[in-house]
Design a protein around this ligand. Sequence first.
Ligand SMILES: CC(C)(COP(=O)(O)OP(=O)(O)OC[C@H]1O[C@@H](n2cnc3c(N)ncnc32)[C@H](O)[C@@H]1OP(=O)(O)O)[C@@H](O)C(=O)NCCC(=O)NCCS
Length: 233
Amino acid sequence: MNFFQRLRKDIEAVFDRDPAARNALEVICCYPGLHAIWLHRVASLLWRHHLKLPGRLISHINRIFTGIEIHPGAEIGTGVFIDHGSGVVIGETASIGDNALLYQGVVLGGTSKKSGKRHPTLEDNVEVGAGGILLGPITVGEGARVGAGSVVTKSVPSATTAVGVPAQVSREGSQEKPDFNLDHADIPDPLGDVFEYLLERQLDLEETVSQLKEELENGSEKDEEVLDSGLGI
Ligand SMILES: CC(C)(COP(=O)(O)OP(=O)(O)OC[C@H]1O[C@@H](n2cnc3c(N)ncnc32)[C@H](O)[C@@H]1OP(=O)(O)O)[C@@H](O)C(=O)NCCC(=O)NCCS
């Protein structure tokens, strides 16, 4: 995915998750969560090229403008959306998969003073409600949701919802994963299905009628032959 495709995906992520978003210009100008992700990309690039101080400086400027603190060492996937944003803190060894949704006040924090992996990992399509605090090198599985105001200190299985302090898994497995796919080609078309079924039935019936007609015609020809021979014509 090239630079412009990524930017486009970031903007699409806002439209997918926020019904208040009206047009691309508004999204580009007025969404601090989007600005934070874009500035983080720059900070992260510098960090990975061993320009640690410039990376930290960009991250600091990001915090001043957006109220969102993302360490340049954190890994953030594509299509991630931070809604509202203020008070979000994402630690150095945190990792966020694609299409995650975070609200204001979310903390992906560490509990250990030792270096090394000490922040949470969020897999793809995870949602963390406002004020959700996730601590330590735990993993939140794909499609899982964390309730607003919850404190999570243990890993959360995929496709479950964890709520409360400390968070407990309140709903297991059966829930639907967040589905942001609004592709019109994939939307179910019940009316089209009915038409297709009716068309198939009509074709079946036409075939049956023409078979019956054929049999009738053959039958009446035979009857005429029998009648003719009976009359000795
Ligand atoms: C956790 C969440 C995702 C669950 O949504 P849901 O699947 O629709 O679940 P429900 O609202 O039906 O609630 C299911 C149960 O969890 C409880 N619950 C929901 N959210 C909770 C929370 N944050 N903390 C504690 N309990 C919570 C409900 O009271 C309910 O309990 P019950 O079964 O005993 O009645 C949602 O409640 C949430 O917190 N979303 C975050 C939204 C947000 O932060 N928005 C900010 C916009 S600015």
